[in-house]
Design a protein around this ligand. Structure first.
Ligand code: ARG
Length: 465
């Protein structure tokens, strides 16, 4: 049990068990540098507005700097009785700055302070994650560029559908991660809002200058309503939602890597250094990295639902429930960064089994649509052509052949319009090259998409976004 800022009002000391139960220091101590930077800016503002004296501000700022160094060096002692990072730093400041430390909390409350710290933290992490995503896109685009001649079956319903370029398949992920990065950048607008000065909930009677604090802390905007400022956690939920979508994308590529590396598919081989063996089955090479990325997706979805549920129906303004927002937030940031990071390392090192992919794209009637399209070009309606091609497939199955292995005579049996030229159209290469309509898998489209992405990513690298 220790002294509390609210002792004046209380006749009993806080129970030890309550201190332990309510403490958040183990989780929120990682906000220390933001808390200190926020306090330094607050101090400067108080001095500028003559709410505290300049020499008091100097002592406070020096003390705060010293505390930062203590924490950095691992010398700072954290204890449950001081609840959270804000109280730890204020308490220690009394030892560094004496009586002046008691002025630091003028015109603010922990309610606006914690909102500030989390916003500062998330601004940094959103930028870090966005950079990670752009790097992941670079890796994907490079893999696509290095493999523009590889063909594999494209699937719907997990059944072979039509042949596509492997590079086209990869570039689909480039689109997904580009949307994720865009969503993150957009969300910054709503994170980059400075709440300090809202105080407990109603604002403050001191003549503060919130725009100045925002300027010092590099915020673009000052929050407009003191009650919303301390009650709002939308920006955390929005981040969790964006992270969930991004993890969903990562889980989809993970699933494909797991399937593709199975001996049933054998489309790719994962690097030995990114796989593990079995402790009992000597032949095994397990795709643990993609499996774990897939598995961690559940954790991130859970974190989204966690914060959404915690915030549900909370009356305005701050409620202690909201202290629970940080653990899932830090967890999601950590998981997302780790998953993006490991794929940046692993993807360039997968080995692609080109011949096996092509063989899979050459079997199983993947050219049935093109046969139907051919009949349409000869004047048949698509529905009729679809039926005709279906009959041809059924005939070929009975005769244990592929469509392109049927004779011209056999094909003519389904439509008299069929000519010898049909055989040129039924190869995977031709099927791909003929899909030139915008967004299709024709190699000229895919190469153009790669070029466009490369250009965009190079520009981003230059502007460090
Ligand atoms: N540790 C608290 C949190 O994370 C800080 C705000 C505390 N405010 C209060 N009125 N008890 O939410």
């Amino acid at each position: 049990m220790s002294k509390k800022p609210w002792d004046g009002r209380f006749s009993e000391m806080t129970e030890r068990s309550v201190e332990q139960f309510t403490s958040s220091i183990d989780v929120d101590k990682r906000l220390f540098s933001y808390d200190i930077d926020g306090s330094i800016a607050h101090c400067k503002m108080l001095a500028k507005m003559s709410i505290i004296k300049a020499d008091e501000a100097d002592v406070l700022i020096q003390g705060l700097g010293a505390i930062k160094r203590e924490i950095d060096r691992g010398e700072f002692v954290f204890e449950d009785s001081l609840e959270d990072i804000h109280m730890h730093i204020e308490d220690r400041l009394t030892e560094h700055a004496g009586k002046a430390a008691q002025k630091l909390h003028t015109a603010r409350s922990r309610n606006d302070q914690v909102a500030l710290d989390v916003r500062m933290y998330l601004k940094d992490e959103v930028l870090n994650i966005t950079k990670g995503l752009q790097e992941l896109r670079r890796v994907i685009v490079k893999l696509a560029k290095d493999n523009t001649d590889i063909i594999l079956p494209g699937y719907t319903h997990m059944q072979r559908g039509q042949p596509v370029l492997f590079a086209h398949h990869l570039m689909a992920y480039n689109e997904m991660f580009s949307r994720d990065a865009e969503r993150l950048s957009d969300s910054l607008k709503r994170i980059d809002v400075m709440p300090l000065g809202s105080a407990a909930l109603a604002g403050t009677t001191y003549p503060i200058n919130r725009e100045y604090t925002a300027e010092l802390l590099n915020f673009s905007k000052v929050s407009g309503n003191s009650m919303d400022s301390v009650a709002d956690r939308d920006f955390i939920i929005e981040f969790q939602a964006i992270a969930s979508i991004c993890m969903m994308h990562l889980s989809r590529i993970s699933e494909e890597l797991v399937i593709w590396s199975s001996s049933e598919f054998d489309f790719i081989e994962l690097p030995d250094s990114f796989a593990t063996g079995s402790s009992i089955m000597p032949q095994k090479k397990n795709p643990d990295v993609p499996e774990l990325v897939r598995g961690k997706t559940g954790r991130v979805y859970g974190n989204l639902i966690n914060v959404l549920t915690m915030m549900k129906a909370l009356p305005l303004t701050y409620n202690r429930d909201m202290q629970e927002d940080k653990e899932p937030l830090f967890d999601t940031v950590g998981v997302l960064k780790a998953c993006i990071g490991i794929y940046i390392e692993m993807l360039p090192r997968i080995q692609v089994n080109k011949d096996i992919m092509l063989k899979a794209a050459s079997e199983g009637f993947l050219n049935a649509t093109d046969f139907a399209d051919y009949l349409v070009s000869k004047g048949m309606s698509f529905r009729e052509a679809h039926d005709c091609a279906g009959k041809a497939v059924s005939f070929a199955i009975e005769n244990k052949k592929e469509l392109h292995e049927l004779t011209l005579k056999e094909l003519k049996g389904f439509s008299k319009t069929v000519k010898k030229e049909i055989f040129d159209l039924l190869t995977p290469e031709q099927m791909i090259e003929r899909r030139k309509a915008l967004g299709g898998t024709a190699s000229e489209n895919v190469k153009a998409a790669i070029k466009k992405a490369e250009k965009e990513l190079a520009k981003r690298k230059k502007s460090k976004r």
